[in-house]
Design a protein around this ligand. Structure first.
Ligand code: IPE
Ligand code: IPE
Ligand code: MG
Ligand code: MG
Ligand code: MG
Length: 292
């Protein structure tokens, strides 16, 4: 039976949130509350969605995708807590509510990030399902690389330290801070399926690289054009923080065109999947329309 993207969008939120309800725990009550607040407060669940549609397309069981889907979202949630801190973007709102440090204080917010990160790896290592030990090991290695000093954390560091004066340096920073986790979502779905079609893996990675960059460009545009009411995040924060972004470097119109080009490139990379790639096509269209 052919399942629509809408089916997977709903499934992605429901399955991850059910598992978060069961697994987000702490021996310190305030820490547990902050961890739950940062994860169970909405969010598009895009990264889990990528895990589910990749695994679903390649024949993995939903049970074998849950750990990876939750793990990548936990890393994402922790990255957002830290990203909002005064020492980083100093953002008071996230997903339409006070950001974690505004609700629980900076120290507890830092610790919530610290605790969510290893929970991601614990889930992959221990969640009951039929993933083999070898698969789990590969997934842990992949997620560590994508989120650490050669992945998301590196992108965040470059975002803070280097004046982004060229598109090349901006692209590199975006590939790391945002693209790395989106590519990892696809790779985790692929590993959970236990297949070895290298050509398909490469095509999907290329797809994720393109939508990853397009996604951050849209995020930059939403910062310029959106509002707290529509995005759930403070408007014009990039300007307040004097960030050089795509719109500041090449303008709003060219940023829009680049998003279109990237999404078209993403679709082109799917040819080897044939009709099996329909969910990825639908996702690219869905992302093009997004306003939050
Ligand atoms: C926000 O990610 C941070 C970026 C990498 C641009 P999302 O837009 O996926 O945030 P949520 O999870 O839906 O809140
Ligand atoms: C953050 O990029 C990407 C992360 C790795 C957290 P932004 O700083 O632009 O994300 P938002 O706009 O705060 O969601
Ligand atoms: Mg940031
Ligand atoms: Mg930010
Ligand atoms: Mg942003």
């Amino acid at each position: 039976m052919t399942r629509s993207l809408d089916y997977f969008i709903k499934l992605s939120s429901e399955r991850t949130e059910r598992l978060f309800e069961k697994t987000i725990k702490s021996s310190a009550p305030a820490l547990q509350e902050a961890m739950r607040y940062a994860v169970l407060n909405g969010g598009k669940r895009l990264r889990p969605l990528l895990v589910y549609i990749t695994g679903g397309t390649l024949g993995a069981s939903l049970e074998n995708l849950d750990a990876a889907a939750c793990a990548i979202e936990l890393i994402h949630a922790y990255s957002l807590i830290h990203d909002d801190l005064p020492a980083m973007d100093n953002a008071d709102f996230r997903r339409g509510k006070p950001s974690c440090h505004k609700a629980y204080g900076e120290a507890t917010a830092i610790l919530a990030g610290d605790a969510l990160q290893p929970l991601a790896f614990e889930l992959i290592a221990t969640h009951p399902c039929t993933l083999t030990a070898e698969q789990r090991l590969q997934m842990i290695a992949l997620l560590s690389k994508a989120s650490g000093g050669e992945g998301m954390a590196a992108g965040q560091a470059l975002d803070l330290s280097i004046p982004m004066t060229s598109l090349e340096s901006l692209n590199r920073m975006y590939q790391l801070k945002t693209g790395a986790l989106l590519v990892a979502s696809i790779e985790l779905g692929f590993l959970s399926a236990g297949t070895s079609h290298e050509k398909i893996r490469q095509s999907l990675v290329r797809y994720a690289e393109c939508i990853g960059l397009a996604f951050q460009l849209q995020d930059d545009l939403l910062d310029v054009e959106g509002s707290l009411a529509s995005t759930g995040k403070p408007a014009h924060l990039d300007a307040t923080n004097q960030k050089i972004t795509y719109p500041t470097l090449i303008g709003i119109e060219k940023t829009r065109q680049t998003i279109q080009t990237l999404l078209a490139d993403a679709l082109r990379s799917l040819t080897c999947l044939g009709e099996k790639g329909y969910l990825f096509h639908e996702l690219a269209d869905f992302l093009l329309q997004r306003n939050h």
